[in-house]
Design a protein around this ligand. Structure first.
Ligand SMILES: [Mg+2]
Length: 159
């Protein structure tokens, strides 16, 4: 197991067992990546919204750590997530550790949820946090669909 290996892998956020995180791992805070994790193909699913709601009800502290400088404040506000950091320079350890400080939690009490093995998983592991990889099949199928469409049109895609 290397530093790029997540502790858990799921195809979507709603498959994560929030009870396992709370009761077995004593996790108290969640740091979410934004693009491709909370928001996939420009939308946030009902299932993801339900997960956030349940996590809040169970008393989890929730934050967003994104390398994207343009994450919409309106969306973050609608999600009721106030602890956020844009343009975060993941996978450096510093943004993860500063976020832990802002959440007033030790790194080992935090799970990082993200769709990028380098930025999210490697960063989380090195910061001593529990790493959860969202293997984004939606994006995968989307790319595959484009590839197939090109093929149907007789265009050979560039690998
Ligand atoms: Mg992402």
């Amino acid at each position: 197991m290397n530093n790029f290996t997540p502790k858990e892998t799921y195809t979507k956020i709603s498959n994560i067992s929030i009870d396992y995180l709370k009761n077995d791992l004593n996790i108290k805070g969640l740091i979410f990546d934004f693009d491709g994790t909370l928001r996939i193909n420009k939308e946030i699913s009902e299932e993801t919204l339900d997960f956030l709601k349940k996590a809040k009800e169970l008393g989890f502290k929730i934050s967003v750590l994104s390398n994207n400088p343009h994450v919409s404040n309106t969306i973050l506000k609608s999600l009721n997530i106030t602890t956020t950091q844009k343009f975060a320079c993941k996978p450096l350890r510093k943004p993860f550790l500063s976020m832990a400080k802002r959440m007033k939690l030790n790194p080992e009490r935090i799970a990082v949820i993200g769709n990028n093995r380098l930025f999210d998983i490697w960063g989380a592991n090195r910061a001593g946090m529990h790493s959860i990889y969202i293997q984004n099949l939606d994006n995968f199928f989307f790319k595959k669909k484009i590839k197939n469409n090109l093929k149907n049109d007789g265009i050979k895609p560039i690998e």
